[in-house]
Design a protein around this ligand. Structure first.
Ligand code: ADP
Length: 161
């Protein structure tokens, strides 16, 4: 039986941390769907279309990863895509409480979908989209944190007139 996993998130923007999780997942599962969420409680720097395009560019080396945007609940999107696994990344302690409540909520909403946590390689353990946005705003070097296409997009956003 082939196993399809979904990796949902905001990806504002996608970082080497997300990509690290996707590389691991692409070896573990037959197919991985990267789901870029339209809904987010946070205001995003990049539009949904921009977040989607940056994800698409950043995972094109992974042949079994597909990128989609989705509206509404991640469990509903997972179900519509026939995914039985919901992937999330776990970094330091700070992620744990939020991720645990999300996993328990999702399993209540749809018990058929199992949440699986993947831990990134040590060098990405503290990397987040918000850190890359701050670094870009402060005009820092970005090459260790995001792919070149994302670094370029971040620079454009914070370009001084
Ligand atoms: P969300 O708003 O849904 O948390 P994010 O794009 O911030 O969306 O994150 C999506 C998933 O990727 C989350 O499970 C998050 O913990 C995980 N993640 C983000 N950055 C990293 C990283 N550097 N290493 C591992 N997992 C990460």
């Amino acid at each position: 039986m082939s196993t399809k996993a979904i990796y949902p998130g905001t990806f504002d923007p996608i970082t080497y941390g997300h990509i690290n999780i996707l590389e691991k997942a692409s070896r573990l599962f037959d197919k991985v769907i990267l789901g870029v969420a339209a809904y987010t409680e946070k205001e995003t720097l990049f539009s949904l279309q921009e977040r989607y395009e940056l994800c698409l560019e950043s995972v094109k080396h992974l042949s079994n990863v597909e990128v989609y945007t989705f509206e509404g609940l991640a469990v509903d999107f997972a179900h519509s895509q026939n995914c039985t696994v919901m992937l999330r990344g776990l970094r330091a302690v700070s992620d744990f409480e939020y991720e645990l409540s999300l996993a328990l909520t999702n399993t209540t909403l749809n018990p058929q979908i199992e949440t699986v946590f993947l831990v990134p390689s040590l060098r990405y353990m503290y990397l987040s989209s918000s850190i890359t946005r701050q670094l870009a705003e402060l005009d820092s070097e970005l090459k260790d944190f995001v792919p070149p296409v994302v670094a370029k997009a971040l620079r454009e956003k914070f370009k001084k007139e």
